[in-house]
Design a protein around this ligand. Structure first.
Ligand code: FMN
Length: 184
């Protein structure tokens, strides 16, 4: 059984990409050899990055909670909206609080846009980040375009469903293989 943590990177009130994160969690939980949970960054809203001695108790507790969830996971899936040709700044700010948590951990990258390109620019930044922090980047990436057309997770469109299910299937296989290889 592999345990995947799905990080939803949009924190704005009208966000759409959380539907994608929810669908991935449901799909992973529906597989017989996986379990998944959602880490919703809207619930944390971490402040702009500060050094350790400037972090208050509330922030330290939040960071510890997120770190523990990441370390307990066999793999991370990070869902980024595309904002102005890149990943969401709030997501990058959150990811920057951590480092050892990524090392040799499977990392599935997902980008989401309302346009037709599926957040390719956000994807480029996310995959660059994953490789920089020594994560094990899943070769199969999921780009979701025109997210407004992805209906609530009960009834997603066929194309999205097919791509997302393949991504989840590959993420499970990849996380299991890395875990069994004992590389972390
Ligand atoms: C500040 C901002 C900038 C955006 N920039 C882009 C962009 O560069 N390219 C694009 O395809 N969509 C862009 N969008 C649309 C988002 O991709 C769209 O809202 C999508 O649903 C993912 O973000 P969300 O989860 O916050 O809704 C932008 C949205 C916001 C709020």
């Amino acid at each position: 059984m592999v345990n995947i943590l799905v990080i939803s990177g949009s924190t704005r009130s009208g966000r759409q990409s959380v539907k994608v994160a929810d669908f991935i969690v449901e799909t992973l939980n529906g597989a017989e050899n996986a379990s998944a949970s959602l880490l919703d960054l809207a619930k944390y809203r971490l402040p702009v990055f500060e050094d350790g001695d400037k972090r208050d108790e509330t922030l330290l507790a939040q960071l510890q909670e997120i770190s523990q969830k990441m370390l307990a996971a066999d793999g991370l899936v990070v869902v980024s909206p595309e904002y102005n040709g890149g990943m969401a700044g709030s997501l990058k700010n959150t990811l920057d609080y951590f480092r050892k948590e990524y090392s040799w951990r499977p990392f599935g990258a997902v980008s989401v846009s309302s346009g037709t390109l599926g957040g390719q620019n956000a994807m480029n930044q996310l995959t660059h980040f994953a490789s920089y922090v020594n994560a094990c980047l899943l070769p199969n990436r999921l780009l979701v375009s025109q997210v407004e057309e992805v209906e609530d997770s009960g009834k997603p469109g066929d194309r999205f469903r097919k791509n997302a299910e393949k991504f989840c299937h590959d993420m499970i296989r990849f996380s299991k293989a890395i875990s069994e290889a004992g590389l972390r």
